[in-house]
Write a protein that binds this ligand. Structure first.
Ligand SMILES: NC(=O)c1ccc[n+]([C@@H]2O[C@H](COP(=O)([O-])OP(=O)(O)OC[C@H]3O[C@@H](n4cnc5c(N)ncnc54)[C@H](OP(=O)(O)O)[C@@H]3O)[C@@H](O)[C@H]2O)c1
Length: 247
């Protein structure tokens, strides 16, 4: 799965799953855009790691929830690397509360990043994906979008929303040869999982047949396949990468 000469934008790749995806794509020859909102030092470290492994990368600050910042990122990316071939909409946040305690602000904040950010980034790079030889739109959803989860009504709604979005974009892009797919991880060892109380983590683990949380590499390998030419005939799909959790 050689990604040489492919330019890949990975939103929210200063930490966590995004970081794992960015470094893996870089290891396989891609030019990688490491987007971040505020973790500049971490993003620069990801860029350095990719360059040390022989790839090329740039850091690009933009809050994905802010359309004007995303447009400025697009210009910087096009100046540096030209046309974008792969967009991985990975940036996401949680504000966990049971619905009875959830405010409209908690709801809107998560919507604005997890779905508004997907709109802004897809909108910015849509023409690039259409022009690319093997355009790839990859949306990072979650098993929580499939199962629901106590305390995550806002988050689960955004992650389910990506299914309809992906399926529709797959249909609308099909005539260009570009594909759109969702990767829906289970529970992955990142800062986001650290925020989940230990007793809840233990309960989750009991429902994972493979009996472990995912590593970021488990997710990155699947994303790399979806980004590659080898996945050309797969579009509109949700790939569950969840250790066998039912939904
Ligand atoms: N961890 C899990 O168990 C799990 C499971 C299923 C799905 N997911 C999904 O996988 C994705 C990544 O999760 P993660 O666990 O890796 O999260 P994480 O460790 O909290 O990292 C989040 C990343 O997103 C960036 N980010 C957050 N808000 C942003 C914004 N408004 N604009 C640009 N970048 C932003 C952060 O950058 P800054 O530090 O600069 O803010 C950081 O690089 C999310 O979409 C999440 O829903 C995670």
């Amino acid at each position: 799965m050689n990604l040489e000469n492919q330019t890949c934008v990975v939103t929210g790749s200063s930490r966590g799953i995004g970081r794992g995806i960015a470094t893996d794509l870089g290891d396989h020859g891609a030019n990688v855009v490491v987007n971040y909102r505020s973790s500049e030092a971490e993003a620069q470290a990801v860029v350095a790691e990719i360059r040390e492994s022989g790839g090329d990368a740039m850091a690009a600050q933009a809050d994905v929830a802010k359309g004007e910042e995303v447009q400025a990122m697009r210009e910087a990316v096009n100046d540096e690397f030209g046309n974008v071939d792969v967009l991985v909409n990975n940036a996401g946040i949680t504000i966990d509360k049971k619905f009875e305690n959830m405010t409209r602000e908690d709801w809107d904040t998560v919507m604005n990043v997890n779905l508004g950010g997907v709109f802004n980034c897809t909108d910015a790079f849509y023409e690039d994906l259409k022009r690319a030889d093997h355009g790839r739109l990859i949306n990072i959803s979650s098993v929580v979008g499939q199962q629901g989860n106590i305390g995550q009504a806002n988050y689960a709604t955004t992650k389910s929303g990506l299914f309809g979005f992906t399926r529709t974009l797959a249909l609308e892009l099909a005539h260009t040869g570009a594909t759109a797919n969702c990767v829906a991880p289970g529970f992955v060892e990142t800062d986001m999982l650290e925020e989940v109380p230990e007793r809840v983590q233990e309960k989750i683990l009991r429902n994972i047949p493979l009996d472990r949380f995912a590593t970021v590499q488990d997710i990155a390998g699947i994303v790399r396949f979806v980004a590659s030419e080898e996945s050309s005939y797969m579009t509109g799909q949700v790939l569950g990468v969840n250790g066998g959790m039912e939904w």
